[in-house]
Design a protein around this ligand. Structure first.
Ligand code: ADP
Ligand code: MG
Length: 348
């Protein structure tokens, strides 16, 4: 599926305007502050994912000095629809004029977005690895978003209990089935990604592998037994540290290269290539599960890449056949890439 056209009104610094898009590779270039990231964020919102920073107020997305903003996008491909988002104090999504929920919108128009922080999937902290698993999970599994939301709600309650030195076991009884469900779901996502990574041998170093690590678990194969037994084993530690130590909030993905952790073994350039392969594998996994090609958003796509790196990334991304919106301050000169220049919030 792809966005054939968009119309944004009063959104951040973007000037009002309609734009048609290539179903293949759209490269948005312009100087810093032009509005490239804002445009990608508009697409992220239209596809049900909300602002890039989940903590910002919806009202701060409206162009300063205005009351409300609206976004509109026309979808073509496996399905056709017009989607819109009205932003005021909250975000109201519509599909062909009818109110649409965010979770339905996300699965009907799958979009994966990759920010500069994803470039540190190998070398950075674990939260961006969990975030990638969650984004895929929400797309490929209907209950994922609800279970993750419920888990986080009860986890906050457990944290409060531990801080107040109260017995957390009532919260644990609710957390255990939710947490072990998430463990199994994330393990399944890792299996899917491993399978798809085989499609990109050229991007991977020799003897590269990765596996899922259950946060604070790993003493039993079966996820619910593991959760229960690990909780019992960590009971005292949790009491002393006053923090929940078992569960998906501490999950990680370990990348290995010849028996050594990839973060130590790989150069920056090599890990960039592995990240590219992970991104491409994610899009294939989503496509296989949903039967629709996701739209891929990339912010600052060329950062840290030399000319040959830019060309091979563009080539690999083009081969997915997905619609791409990629933002960069420099340019990529590559066959099949449609260039959209912008400046001061306006497409030229
Ligand atoms: N609600 C808003 N109203 C008007 N301008 C905004 C709003 N939010 C952000 N901006 C402006 O948008 C610009 C940043 O755009 P951005 O998309 O991040 O640029 P870049 O092209 O570098 O990715 C900044 O100048 C910022 O001040
Ligand atoms: Mg930017």
């Amino acid at each position: 599926m792809y966005f054939s056209g968009t119309y944004f009104f009063n959104f951040r610094n973007l000037c009002e305007g309609r734009r048609e898009w290539s179903p293949a590779f759209n490269l948005i270039t312009g100087p810093n502050g032009a509005g490239k990231t804002n445009f990608l964020e508009g697409l992220n919102i239209l596809s049900g994912w909300g602002p890039f920073d989940g903590k910002v107020k919806i009202s701060s997305l409206v162009k300063w000095g205005n009351e409300s903003s609206s976004l509109w996008g026309r979808i073509r491909g496996e399905e056709s629809a017009d989607i819109s988002a009205n932003l005021g104090s909250r975000c109201a999504l519509k599909r062909d004029g009818k109110t649409a929920g965010a979770s339905e919108t996300r699965r009907r128009m799958p979009v994966l977005s990759f920010m500069p922080r994803h470039m540190s999937l190998i070398k950075g902290g674990s939260s961006c690895r969990r975030q990638l698993l969650d984004r895929i999970g929400v797309l490929v599994s209907v209950p994922y978003a609800r279970i993750l939301h419920d888990y986080r709600t009860v986890l906050r309650q457990k944290s409060a209990m531990l801080r107040k030195m109260r017995d957390p076991r009532p919260a644990d009884r609710v957390l255990a089935p939710l947490g072990s469900w998430l463990w199994s779901a994330r393990e399944e996502i890792i299996r899917m990604l491993s399978g798809e990574m085989d499609n990109f041998p050229g991007l991977l170093p020799r003897s590269f592998s990765f596996f899922f690590q259950r946060g604070g678990g790993g003493v039993r194969e079966n996820a619910s037994d593991d959760f229960r037994i690990s909780l019992e084993g960590m009971r005292d530690k949790e009491r002393y540290s006053r923090t929940p130590l078992v569960g998906p909030q501490r999950d990680d993905v370990k990348f290995m290269c010849g028996g050594v952790e990839a973060s130590a073994a790989l150069s920056r350039g090599q890990s960039r290539k592995v990240v590219s392969a992970l991104i491409l594998a994610s899009s294939l996994a989503v496509e296989r599960r949903l039967g629709k090609k996701p739209v891929l958003l990339f912010d600052e796509i060329t950062s840290e890449l030399d000319e040959s790196g830019k060309a091979s990334s563009a080539e690999a991304i083009l081969r997915t056949g997905c619609q791409i919106f990629a933002a960069t301050a420099d340019s990529i000169d590559h066959r099949g890439v449609e260039i959209h220049r912008m400046r001061d919030g306006r497409f030229l």
